[in-house]
Every structure is written in structure tokens, then in C-alpha cells.
Design a protein around this ligand. Sequence first.
Ligand code: HEM
Ligand code: HEM
Length: 422
Amino acid sequence: MSEIPAPPARYHSAAIALHWLVALLLAYQFALGLRLEDKVAPAQMFLNYQQHKSVGIAILVLSLARLALRLTRSRPAEVGSGLEKLAATWAHRAFYAIMILGPLSGWAIVSTAKVKLPTLLFGAIPLPHLPLGIGAHEPAELAHAVLGWVLPALVLLHVAAVFWHLRQRDPVPGRMFPAGLKAGPGIGAGLTSLAIATWLGLAGPIPNLWAQATVPTATPAAADIVAAVETEAAAPADTEAPQAADTALPTEEAALSCDWSVASGSRLGFTASYAGEPINGSFRDWTAQIKFCEDEPAAGSINASVGLASADTADSSRDENLKGTQFFDIASFPRARFTAKGFKSLGGGRYAADGTLSLRGRNRPVRLTFALKVNGDKATAQGSARINRLAFGVGTDEWAATDQIADAVAINFTIAARRKAP
Ligand code: HEM
Ligand code: HEM
């Protein structure tokens, strides 16, 4: 006769690890969600959003793993009256709903925003947009806020239940802690770490792990872009799906100009590495003539000019050094130029432009890659390039060595462009 094995005394160690990891991430994430509303510099706002999206998708992935574990592994026996068991079952189901639908609704908000910015999870993994129409935006926002706010209420209820079980002196409180950790100290440690995670989300520092995705220009226009990108629904006038502009009929497209002007809020930045530390800077003086047709990227072109004296790395003595003969030598070479003819589509709204960068009197091939979103007469392009400074002679004498300043320099840009009148 085959015997049904007795349920284990405690949760599987992976389930315990995931319970606490996800609890900490949720506490942080909830607090960070509240911080998204803060009026902060656009650069900071952008980072906060990137962080919220990255942590939120991490919660989604971990919660799916946790659900799989819960469905496949036996767990400790339920304790209490029928009503208590029912309450516990539904409270736990509600937690799973928040852990999975919370991130999905957030993802839907971002995917249906009026202006869509690409998301780089943890500064490295691109998050595609969900194929949803703009009509899903408001329901997603509502669902996200409701799920977000049910979370703290449910946590209070959950913790109250744990204390109630503690008073009952039943085995429930101890079985979600590693073996050897008694329920009392375990609960204390759990609550303390949740409080720290909440504080970190509300007021803690947000590291700039996302250098490639930075938009730090302190202009109101940039703030508008970032806020609109993440939260705004389409204006009532354009209730069409956001892809409408991309899929316009050829006849309509023919009437559209392919010349774009760069709007305020755009940014051209760079990241160099000094003694292993990233140094972020940007140029204040730059212009670009852009020709781009959605239906014929190969016919496009870009012609950009950068005033090298405007390099700003938030350190005036370093900025002065950059102007000198050992670096940009602006007395002889005041501007850098980048020209490219023809864009290549890389698929998924991404493009590459192979062109020539003229810097400090030398011309070298450079490839820009960028993600482009066109929405009627407005477009945002976000991209990057990598150059080797020594190929242009930037850094002579003792600076020609790469032990202090690395040879590779990353260029990053965000361009908000407006279509010129035909
Ligand atoms: C955001 C915070 C939290 C979430 C989302 C959460 C979620 C859950 C879920 C879904 C379960 C069911 C078991 C599973 O499927 O993994 C569970 C069980 C449990 N949780 Fe939490 N929890 C949180 C915080 C806490 C805190 C702060 C404590 C302790 C003070 C705690 C103690 C427990 C205990 C003891 C169990 C086992 C219950 C049983 O054996 O039936 N949890 N939790
Ligand atoms: C379980 C994970 C998540 C939790 C607990 C959470 C929580 C929150 C909270 C509390 C807010 C503020 C809501 C308000 O008061 O209006 C918020 C806003 C927001 N979240 Fe999340 N979030 C999660 C995952 C995500 C993900 C994965 C994304 C995107 C990929 C995302 C995108 C957003 C956006 C765009 C807003 C601003 C929405 C608005 O202003 O209406 N969230 N989140």
C-alpha cells in the first residue's frame, strides 16, 4: 500500500529564501512607487523610473519561480478552523495576484504611454513593450494603483495573523524562517529588514547603474518628456493606437516631411572611466541636422556638430583640462563633427548609423545605434556609441597610457525631435 508522505514541518528552503527576498523587494518597490510622484530633476526622475521598472520586473520573475515552487512542492499542513484556512488561502492568493499582476499592469502603463522610452532593466537588458492599444493605459494605471495600495493593507493583515499564531503557540510563525531561527527573533529580523527596505525606497540613494539610459538635462522640457514618457495617456485627440504614426498609409506619409529639428530637452553625454570610476559628462553646445523617413531609413542622414569647449563633467578644473592641448585642444580644433548617410534598421524600432567622427583633426568610422519612437510629428531617439579616445589623439603625454583613463569612451544621447513643416 502506497503511503501519502506527511507534509513537511517547514517551507522548502528555496520558498523561504524567495518569501523574504520578494518581501524586501516589494517593500522597496512600493515605497519607490510613491517616490515617482516627487518633483525632482528630470535626470533623477528618469533614474527613479528605470529603477522602479527594473526591480518590478525582477519581482515578476522571482514570483513566477515562487509560484512554480508552490505548485510543485508539498508545503506544511494548514492549521486552524475552516474559516481560518479559507482566510489564509485567499490572503496568500491575493499576495500572488499582486506579485504577478502588479508588475504586469506597470509594464502595461509603460507600453501604452503617449511617448514611449525604451527601458533598460538594470541598465543592461532591454524590456520590449507589450503589444497593447492606448485604450489599455487608463485601466492599467488604475489596476496598478489599486494593486499597489492593497499591498500594505495585506501585509498588515498578514503580520497580524502571524502574531495571532504566535499567541496561539502553534507552529505557523516559525516555519517561514530558516531552521534554527526561532519565530520571535525571526519576526523581529523580518520586520526590521522590511522597515529598512521601505526607507531605502522612500528616501535612499538611487545609484546611477543605468549610465547608458541617462537623460540628465535640467530643462523643463526634459522633465515633461520623462513624465509624459512614463505616465501620460494619449491626448483625447489621438485615440488611435500609438503605432498609428508608424503604420500610416503611404499616401499620408508622402505628405510628411523627413526633416527633423532637435527640440530642447535633448542631451548628448559621454562616460569615460578614470581609475575604474565612471566620469559622466555632457556637451551643452551641439546641433544636429537630421533627415529620417520611416519608410526609407537608407535615405536618411545626420550631420552633427559639437562645441568641445562646452564639455561639462561637473568639475570645473577637469573641464578646463579637457579644453587643453593634451585633450581636446580646442584652440586648434574647437568642434567635433559626426556625419552619416543612411540608417540601417536593426528591427524592433532600433537603427544603426555608420558614419565618420571628426575629432581633434582625425576622422574615424563610428557606429551609432539607437531606439526610435515616432509619434506623429514628435520623435524620441535614445542611443549610444563607443569610441576609442586614443584613435583621435585625445590624451597625450602621460594621458596616452590607459591605466588611469581607459581608452574606451561611451557616448550616449537622447534626442527629442520635431518634424519640420513639409
Ligand atoms: C511584502 C511582505 C510579505 C509578503 C508578500 C508575504 C507573502 C507570503 C505568502 C504568499 C505566503 C504563503 C506561502 C507561500 O506561498 O510562499 C506567506 C507565508 C508566511 N509569511 Fe509572509 N509575506 C510577507 C511578509 C511577512 C512578514 C513580515 C512575516 C513575519 C512577520 C511573514 C511571515 C510569514 C509566515 C510565518 C508564513 C507561513 C504561513 C504558513 O505557514 O501558512 N511574512 N507570506
Ligand atoms: C509588484 C511590483 C510593483 C509594485 C508593488 C508597484 C507599486 C507602485 C506604486 C505604489 C505606484 C504609485 C501608484 C500611485 O499611487 O498612483 C507605482 C507607480 C508606477 N509604477 Fe509600479 N509597481 C510595481 C511594478 C512596476 C513595474 C514592473 C512597472 C513597469 C515596468 C511599473 C511602472 C510604474 C509606473 C509607470 C508608475 C507611475 C504610474 C502613474 O503615475 O500612474 N511598476 N507603482
